[in-house]
Write a protein that binds this ligand. Structure first.
Ligand code: NAD
Length: 351
């Protein structure tokens, strides 16, 4: 065995029902006295509850999906103006993403309180969108110093969004099996992530107000993100990244639609990954496991339903082609991508 695995350093707390106390402790541990709290306008009340005990210098409520550059620049200016010395973000991946955009230029430490299964809080990856082009990068400065997972904050996440967000986490696990830096540790974490998600997400679907399913889903989402951060973006994420930036598609739902098509495409050329995913699902094949879960969760199936224009397929193929990871389990041609994206656009059976 020869590999080099990098473990990212952060404190991770699972504290159902105790986000406020845990967040206050993490902020105190940073020695911060002027916290900028970032939360979407619709989450302002939750953020006030969670950040109740903090020395807040500024409440920032302008967030947007895929972190548009002007939104990031206004948040950076606010951090400067209010002389913030730490950032606390309460929300989904878009909110965490904005905190990361601020940390990227200011170096301010982040404590993240996630409310979806996106997993951004456990990665050192930032993303910004400028004029329909999404740029991402990895930087130690954007990795939150601490994460507070409080599953009670996810009880309000609607069933459809919970399913899509959970499948976004599952996509992290799948891509972690064959990403450019995938190693045995990533694969072990990803396998446990799939097990947690395939158990937790159906529980969430059956009982959205029940805590055990929510906790398992958050646990799976965390493992998924850690594995993904180490392994790097595989073909699936390269495709979704292009689609998200080009057509402003909803992030989690896009992942939910595209994942089975990439799995069906890569699995025959990646027998070890296929076997691990199948074992984690407890099914005969990886595809069968994912299909069962998607049906159970009533996952979205077609990009056209998410607003992608049919005549966008060709442009997306061109953009993805230049980004296919060199180590993808099988070569990817323009025809392959066209067939894959057309099937995902139409919502036909993954092949
Ligand atoms: P999101 O943050 O945009 O949230 C989706 C919607 O759900 C929003 O309207 C939000 O207000 C709402 N919401 C969030 N939590 C809720 C809750 N508990 N109850 C009710 N409503 C809630 O979506 P997302 O899928 O969490 O994140 C997507 C973004 O995260 C994308 O921009 C993506 O690129 C980024 N992301 C980054 C990484 C990374 O490693 N950098 C990883 C995953 C996702």
């Amino acid at each position: 065995m020869r590999f080099t695995h990098r473990t990212l350093s952060q404190r991770v707390r699972f504290a159902s029902g105790d986000a406020a106390a845990a967040l206050a402790e993490e902020v105190t541990a940073l020695g911060a006295s002027r916290v900028m709290v970032i939360a979407a306008a619709g989450k302002a009340e939750v953020a006030r509850r969670v950040a109740d005990g903090l020395p807040v210098a500024h409440w920032h409520h302008e967030t947007a999906m895929h972190v548009p550059l002007p939104v990031a620049e206004r948040a950076r200016a606010a951090a400067r103006e209010h002389r913030a010395d730490a950032l606390a973000c309460v929300g989904g991946g878009s909110t965490t993403g904005l905190a990361k955009a601020v940390a990227l230029t200011t170096g301010l430490p982040i404590v993240a309180v996630p409310t979806t299964y996106a997993g951004s809080e456990a990665t050192d990856v930032w993303g910004l969108t400028d004029n329909g082009r999404k740029t991402t990068g990895a930087d130690d400065r954007v990795l939150p110093r601490a994460i507070v997972y409080d599953a009670t904050l996810t009880l309000t996440l609607p069933a459809d969004l919970s399913a899509a967000s959970g499948l976004n986490a599952l996509a992290h696990c799948v891509d972690a099996m064959w990403g450019p830096r995938a190693d045995p540790i990533d694969r072990a974490l990803a396998g446990e992530g799939i097990r947690a998600l395939r158990t937790g997400l159906p529980q969430v679907a059956d009982d959205p107000a029940g805590l055990p399913g929510r906790e398992l889903a958050l646990y799976g989402a965390y493992l998924a993100a850690v594995a993904f951060a180490s392994a790097g973006s595989g073909l699936h994420h390269k495709i979704c990244h292009v689609l998200g930036g080009m057509f402003d598609l909803p992030h989690a739902r896009t992942h939910a639609v595209v994942l089975p098509h990439v799995l069906a495409f890569n699995a025959p050329a990646a027998p070890d990954a296929e076997a691990r995913i199948a074992a984690a699902f407890g099914t005969g094949t990886a595809i069968a496991g994912l299909d069962l879960l998607r049906v159970r969760l009533h996952a979205p199936t077609a990009l056209r339903d998410l607003g992608m224009p049919e005549d966008g397929i060709a442009a997306a193929v061109r953009a993805v082609l230049g980004a296919v990871p060199a180590n993808n389990p099988r070569p990817v041609t323009a025809d392959d991508l066209t067939a894959l994206l057309r099937a995902a656009w139409e919502g036909t059976e993954p092949r």
